[in-house]
Each structure stands twice: as structure tokens, then as C-alpha cells.
Design a protein around this ligand. Sequence first.
Ligand code: ADP
Ligand code: MG
Length: 199
Amino acid sequence: MPIEEALRRRLIRAAADSIIAHAAELTALDQAIGDGDHGLNMARGCTAVLDDLDRIAALPLPGALHAIGMTLVMKVGGASGPLFGTLFMQLGRSLPETPDRAAAAAALAEAIAAVKARGRSDVGSKTMLDALVPVQEALGDPGPDWRTRLPTVADAAAAATAPMPARRGRAAYLGARSIGHVDPGARTVALIVRALCEA
Ligand code: ADP
Ligand code: MG
């Protein structure tokens, strides 16, 4: 399916609006196991993307994703800025202009590998990766209903970070005391996935 400018605009706006609308929830999650800035950080980055939406949405999909990643690196800060920035920049390098589901799954796998390398992290450490990896696996499964399946998978994966002890990022300082709280970065991934699928 060609992803035309109007659709690019709609997808970017949906994801950014959702993060901005949920900033207080994300901040509350980060207050429990971090320093309470995740919602603010991500909302600042998303606002910067929306401020630049005319330019970004006019770019072909790979360029648009790369521009989003650069903006997030520059504006989000914290641990999550470089990590979400890496995710989108690598998606921009890996996705063709007109991706099908299989190409999107392959590109997301490459982007996840880049995030793992950048964060020296992997699944099971209570991070954004614990939502990204199940979503990538679901996207790789050629069922007919992946657009409706993905948000459910992402929500469940984010929720499943609660019983994990954190091993990466600020929450790792809490060790076992991080158990019982959902990881803010994983929740952000679930919000983005739902917004994109619904748009
Ligand atoms: P900071 O921790 O610097 O305050 P944020 O609060 O914006 O940054 O982001 C925290 C989120 O970043 C965590 O919830 C987690 O999902 C993600 N994160 C932190 N460190 C890593 C890492 N090494 N690998 C993957 N994700 C990480
Ligand atoms: Mg934080």
C-alpha cells in the first residue's frame, strides 16, 4: 500500500497526539520507578515533530521516519530520546517507500536491533524493548487481522512489564522495588502502536 503524504500526516499526528494526551500518565509511571520526566520528555519531542509536520510529512516515508528520529534525539533528552530516536532513524533506513507487512516486520526487527545495541539492553529488562519485541513478532505473523491484533499485543506486553524487576535505565537502581509498576517506555510504545493501527 503506498503511504501518501496525507496518510503520513495522519499517522504522525495520531501517534504524537496520543503521546501528548497521555503525558500525565507516562509521567506518573516514571515517577513510580524513575525521575518523573518521561511524559514531559516525550510530549516535548512530539510537539517538535508536530511543529515541523509540513516538512516531515512531505518527505517519502523513509526520510520522514529519519526526520522524526532526529527530532526525537534533539528534543526528548533523557535515556528515551536517543533510544526512540534510534528506533525511528533505523526504521527510516530499513523501510522501503512502499512497505508491505513483511517488509515492515523486517524493518522493525532491524530497528529493535539498533535500540538493543544503543541501550546495551535486551528483552526482560523492563524497558521499551519488552513492548517492541512482541509487537515485531505479531507483525511478522501473516494473519489477516494484524491491524486489530497489534494494539492488543502491545497493551498486554506493556502491562507484562509490571512484574519484572528493572535491569536497565534509572529504574534498575530500584531493583526489586520496581516490581509492580509498568515501564513508562513500554507504555509509550503501546500508545504509539495503537494510535498508528487505529489511524
Ligand atoms: P530517563 O530514564 O533518562 O529519565 P525517560 O524517563 O525519558 O529517561 O525514559 C525512561 C524509559 O527509557 C524507560 O521506561 C525504558 O523504557 C527506557 N530505557 C531506559 N534505559 C534503557 C535501555 N538501556 N534500553 C532500552 N530502553 C531503556
Ligand atoms: Mg525519566
